[in-house]
Design a protein around this ligand. Structure first.
Ligand SMILES: Cc1ncc(COP(=O)(O)O)c(C=O)c1O
Ligand SMILES: [Zn+2]
Length: 403
């Protein structure tokens, strides 16, 4: 039996509460809903030390998660990804405390799986039979996988140029897959019309409240893995923003129960120069973004021209004295190559963007040599084989290797 301390869903814009034991999507005002817990009861029920005896899975934080019953958890064994020191790159750049949390080592190969395990589990718990979602690929692939496990029919719509492997994840799990000649925002409109017409569950980013809770576990893990003393700076590649919003939510909840101190890490929203609506809004000190026209980047997951939760992303950045920074595709691919060649890490371009951003911020003096800096690599490079060019000579069996 899981003890959840979830009390209600709340709109961060207008404050209206919703019953968490009914199917809910967004607030009547259109804003995403956030899950609220009885933090006092939660803080009294569990101590940090209790975690030590639990399995190395993100479900070790079950009190911080919204599942009512353990039997509804749909899991493939996700979470507790490693944090690795980047000593060689750190030494080269004079960043003396550089680390990377590697989400590539998780079912489905990206952090999207954290959102899927919690989101699909809650959908199952609430009796959802059919869901639909627009995606840039990775979320669709992993939601298709977990939906198969939960006996939920999944309709997935993605841009036709999304990473090809994510189509196969959908196909192998029996999802209904559709490709759109356009962007994720176009896929979103198609899903919106279908949801309206057929009454399906809308699993679009931030249109259901539970995906954030899954992503929040990255923040909980970071805190536990750093022995409850958080790094100075966390850099996160930002598309729809659920990852960075989730990490911020985790930090706030941990502060509320006194597991971490006053100091919050400065959160950096990293975007691609070809799609940087959050960066533009941050530079203008605005609290919302505007639609980014003609967006394009090799870091496909962060090609999101307008995020529903833009105001939450910007809030997390402002409240933590963080910043938003854009890097171009050339810098991203250079960073991906150096992570491979110097650290043996084959990361996705979105993850590589955080290293490129750290270099920029260091050069600008925003990051200091002794700051403890954590890069979030959101997925494995194995899902993006086309980003690495290979020139290998082919040999006859009797040919010899040159020295
Ligand atoms: C590998 C990867 N990194 C980062 C992101 C952006 O995530 P978020 O929507 O949480 O900002 C995505 C989204 O598709 C992704 O696939
Ligand atoms: Zn509202």
């Amino acid at each position: 039996m899981t003890q959840s301390y979830m009390t209600h869903l709340e709109c961060p814009k207008c404050g209206i509460s919703y019953d968490p034991d009914q199917v809910n999507q967004v607030c009547s005002c259109g804003a995403p809903l956030l899950v609220k817990y009885d933090m006092k009861a939660l803080g009294a029920a569990i101590k940090k030390e209790d975690l030590l005896n639990r399995a190395p899975s993100m479900w070790r934080y079950r009190e911080f998660l919204p599942l009512r019953k353990e039997e509804n958890i749909v899991t493939l064994g996700e979470g507790m990804t490693p944090i690795i020191p980047l000593q060689k790159i750190g030494a080269r750049l004079s960043l003396n405390n550089l680390f990377m949390k590697d989400e590539g080592i998780i079912p489905g190969g990206t952090f999207k799986t954290r959102g899927a395990t919690v989101g699909v589990s809650r959908a199952k718990e609430l009796g959802v039979k059919v869901l639909a979602m627009p995606t840039n690929g990775n979320a669709g692939g992993t939601w298709a996988t977990y939906s198969a496990r939960a006996d939920i029919k999944a309709y997935i719509v993605m841009p036709e140029d999304a990473p090809a492997i994510t189509r196969k994840e959908c196909a192998v799990s029996g999802a209904a897959l559709y490709l759109v000649r356009g962007l994720i925002s176009d896929a979103g409109k198609i899903v919106g019309r279908a949801v309206e017409r057929y009454g399906w569950f809308d699993a679009s980013t931030l249109k259901e409240p539970y995906r954030i809770e899954g992503k929040k576990t990255m923040g909980l893990e970071i805190a536990e893995q750093f022995s409850w003393v958080l790094p100075d700076i966390i850099l996160y590649p930002t598309g729809g923003g659920v990852g960075i919003i989730g990490i911020y939510k985790a930090m706030c909840e941990l502060q509320e129960i006194g597991w971490i101190g006053e100091k919050m890490p400065r959160l950096v929203s990293v975007q691609a120069a070809g799609c940087a609506p959050i960066v533009k809004a941050w530079e203008r000190k605005e609290t919302q973004s505007t639609f980014w026209e003609n967006s394009a980047t090799v870091a496909f997951g962060i090609n999101v021209p307008k995020a529903l939760g833009d105001f939450l992303i910007l809030d997390a950045v402002y409240k933590t004295n963080g910043c938003a920074v854009a890097v171009d595709d050339k810098e991203i691919l250079q960073a991906q190559a150096s992570l491979g060649a110097e650290e043996g890490a084959f990361v996705c371009p979105e993850g590589a963007a955080t290293l490129a951003a750290a270099i920029r911020l260091y050069n600008q003096g925003w990051i200091k040599p002794d700051d403890k800096v954590l890069l979030l690599n959101t997925g494995t490079g194995l899902k993006y084989p086309e980003t690495v060019k290979v020139e290998a000579p082919t040999m006859d069996p009797d040919a010899d290797l040159p020295e």
